[in-house]
Design a protein around this ligand. Structure first.
Ligand code: C5P
Length: 223
């Protein structure tokens, strides 16, 4: 049977991973979080005490990295670095910064391209990231550009951090989001942009259930 590829791109904090994971479970598709793969590279760079801004040093470290992506009994994506599970470690705020810097290097993107394409050849997938519809899976059957205003994304992130018991001021969160948006959209290599054939889904005014319904509708109409 034919496999279906759903590409979801958008800025950080738009709810891509939560929505994509949930929609994939409903459709029985594999969910691939490509940000986690970039984070794993960021994690490796930090562990080796490499300055993420040192492009040559980052690129030189790539061949020795064994990046593994596995699915646990829980159906969740786990990341392994040279055999060690780093799924929790890659969520550290420090790693977000490393991932954001190293993901701008074309050599890093090229290194991960085939791995991402292979996953989409073997299964029906919902893959989320920044360049899935534009670079990784330009022939995807369904492309969605998922976004929300920076202020709304900062508000959601603030609530999430409060619930986790690690609150941060709204202004700081908003500034960090705006900075990551700027980095993601202004880099030369695979900048974040909406593919011409992507459907825009703006969740600024939508709650989770409404967003998921809208996403599933887009997928079912096109797949
Ligand atoms: O989505 P997430 O915040 O986990 O992504 C971590 C970093 O990886 C981001 O800063 C983003 O710029 C980068 N990334 C990327 N291309 C992707 C997915 C993530 O450059 N397809």
């Amino acid at each position: 049977t034919k496999t279906i590829r759903v590409a979801i791109d958008g800025p950080s904090g738009a709810g891509k991973s939560t929505l994509a994971r949930s929609a994939a479970a409903r459709l029985n598709f594999l969910y691939v979080d490509t940000g986690a793969i970039y984070r794993t590279i960021g994690c490796a760079v930090r562990r080796r005490d490499i300055d993420p801004g040192d492009r040559a040093a980052v690129v030189a470290a790539l061949p020795a990295l064994d990046i593994g992506l596995t699915y646990g009994a829980d159906g969740l994506q786990h990341m392994e670095l040279n055999g060690e599970d780093v799924t929790a470690e890659i969520r550290l705020p420090e790693i977000s910064r490393y991932a954001s810097v190293v993901s701008a290097y074309p050599e890093v993107r090229a290194y991960l391209l085939e791995m991402q394409r292979r996953l989409a050849r073997e299964h029906s997938v919902i893959m989320d990231g920044r360049d899935i519809g534009t670079v990784v899976l330009p022939d995807a059957e369904v492309k969605v550009f998922l976004t929300a205003s920076a202020e709304e994304r900062a508000r959601r992130r603030m609530l999430e951090l409060q619930q986790r018991g690690t609150p941060e001021p709204y202004e700081d969160i908003l500034r960090a989001i705006q900075e990551r948006d700027w980095n993601d959209t202004h880099r030369a290599a695979a900048p974040l942009r909406q593919a011409e054939d992507a459907v825009l889904l703006d969740t600024t005014e939508l709650d989770f259930t409404q967003s998921e319904e809208a996403l599933l509708r887009i997928i079912r109409e096109r797949a």
